[in-house]
Write a protein that binds this ligand. Structure first.
Ligand code: NAP
Length: 488
């Protein structure tokens, strides 16, 4: 692939207590470009003692930050948003080089991160308490207070989006934070912390640790000083962190895996459903927790809908996300390719048929990158692995159904409960199906379900807690009740 990859300048050290520094043992780890296999940077790695002193620094900074004049805190959050907007080109290039997504998607993610900081800056002014009707001579007051030191662990698929949607509300609520991003994509987090530094955050309020995730995670969960843990990632790691946090009874939010159903009823606008499916399935190459993963299509319209989907899939351009016109980038790692191959092999052995794609892309343009052909699979059934396992790749598995009852049963037959979608023109169905779906989010004739203002999160094995909106800030607050008797 000919695109020359010049990584914009970005710091590569840990950010602890307001200083850039190496880990105690001066170790580094390589960051790879998934489109080319090139090593693009070496970043510092924290040891256990680094994590311990980071926790102390965040704890020291908490009293000052939590009591900072509200207007000053709000201004700082707006300043972060402004810097994200000003530096969007540079930040997008960094993200595409380390993560692979098309640069237009990277820009959209950074701007939505800026929006998140703006929303939470405004939300900081609306952390209202309550007064509750009380007997004579008494006043009952409910106050909302920051929790304290907050740890955030984030995945590689939205390196800026996941960090900003945790840090913005945590900081707005008056907490100090420690971020541990994925080892696959530390550079976007580093660039965000350059922005925090430039914005002028007081020492210790924002801290960045890179390194061995179970060591850092173990220290964070074991610490009684860390009072809140917010995690986005796989269900298996979320369960481990939940168990570990039990010892210290931390407040915890978990945004975990998904396996979204996407239902096309016979009365749907099929063109609009096909557009919605392609947009949401191939965004970030399907590596999205809310990506449609099981496509249920009413038997009467299956042929017609499948044709609309195939026409659109044929027009997708796979390649290096830095190249003009590319709308599908590489997968993050080689093992993602093996997982898809395994699911497809299992499905075809059990009778499913691949209509397009179904293989790794090789040859000159794809050389050493992790590229996979956009794939459409029909004849999928409940007996296949792909029906139950999150795919996290560019595969559309089509399952046909006959009745509403049948499709609801199939759609809910999953351990996950994050996002769900359906298309229909029938108002009665809209109400009944959205009530029946056991998911935290439902898109009706729409796939755009993530906004700074609206609650994002799941049920069942997709975790608990909500991000975004006023719900997001609540996750970073404690409720205190004050009972006041003002006369005997
Ligand atoms: P992952 O393997 O669970 O990793 C997520 C984060 O956890 C990374 O920072 C990782 O660090 C860290 N980690 C791994 N093992 C750990 C441990 N034992 N203790 C502490 N931290 C640990 O998930 P991923 O592969 O990065 O992300 C994909 C998953 O995230 C998918 O299942 C997807 O559905 C889910 N996701 C969910 C949402 C949502 O909002 N519900 C959004 C996006 C993604 P290292 O990389 O350094 O190991």
């Amino acid at each position: 692939m000919s695109t020359k990859l010049e990584l914009p300048t970005v710091k590569t050290q840990l950010f602890i207590d307001g200083d850039w520094q190496d880990g105690a043992l001066q170790k580094t780890k390589a960051v790879e470009n998934p489109a080319t296999g090139e090593i693009v940077a070496q970043v510092a790695q924290a040891e256990i003692e680094d994590t311990k002193r980071t926790i102390k620094a965040a704890n020291r900074a908490f009293p000052e930050w939590s009591k900072m004049e509200l207007k000053d805190r709000v201004d700082l959050l707006h300043r972060v948003a402004q810097l994200l907007e000003e530096k969007v080109e540079k930040l997008a290039k960094i993200m595409t080089i380390e993560q692979g997504k098309p640069v237009a998607e990277a820009k959209a993610e950074i701007l939505s991160g800026a929006e998140n900081f703006r929303f939470n800056a405004e939300e900081a002014r609306r952390i209202y308490g309550e007064t509750i009707p009380a007997p004579n001579k008494r006043v009952y007051i409910v106050k909302k207070e920051p929790i304290g030191v907050t740890a955030a662990i984030t995945p590689w698929n939205f390196p800026m989006g996941m960090a900003t949607r945790k840090l913005a509300p945590a900081l707005a609520a008056g907490n100090t934070v420690i971020l541990k991003p994925s080892s696959d994509t530390p550079l976007s987090a580093l660039a965000l912390f350059e922005i925090f530094e430039e914005a002028g955050f007081p020492r210790g309020v924002v801290n960045l640790l890179l390194g061995n995730s179970s060591e850092i995670g173990g220290e964070l969960t074991a610490s009684d000083v860390v009072r809140k843990l917010t995690f986005t990632g796989s269900t298996a790691v979320g369960q481990k962190l939940y168990q570990e946090s039990g010892e210290t009874l931390k407040k915890i939010s978990l945004e975990l895996g998904g396996h979204a159903p996407f239902i096309v009823f016979s009365d749907a606008n099929l063109e609009s459903a096909a557009d919605g499916l392609i947009g949401s399935k191939f965004r970030n190459n399907g590596q999205v927790c809310i990506a449609p993963n099981r496509i249920f299509v009413a038997k009467e319209v299956e042929q017609e809908f499948t044709k609309l989907v195939l026409d659109r899939v044929q027009n997708l351009k796979v390649g290096n996300g830095l190249q003009e016109g590319v709308n599908v980038g590489p997968l993050i790692r080689e093992d993602a390719i093996h997982k898809i191959d395994h699911q497809l092999k299992d499905a075809t052995e059990r009778g499913a048929k691949i209509l397009i794609g179904g293989e790794r892309l090789l040859g000159e343009d794809y050389e050493k990158g992790n590229f996979y052909a956009p794939t459409v699979l029909t004849g999928v059934t409940e007996q296949m692995l792909i029906f139950h396992e999150e795919t996290f790749g560019p595969v559309i598995p089509i399952i046909s159904f006959v009745s509403d009852d049948e499709v609801i049963k199939l759609a809910n037959d999953s351990e996950f409960g994050l996002a769900s979608y359906f298309y229909t023109e029938n108002l009665e169905r809209v109400e009944e199906i959205s009530n029946a779906l056991e998911y935290g989010m439902v898109g009706v004739n729409d796939t755009v379900i993530s906004h700074p203002e609206t609650p994002f999160g799941g049920v069942k094995h997709s975790g608990f807690g909500r991000e975004n909106g006023h719900f997001g800030v609540e996750e970073y607050l404690n409720v205190k009740f004050v009972a006041l008797k003002y006369r005997q």
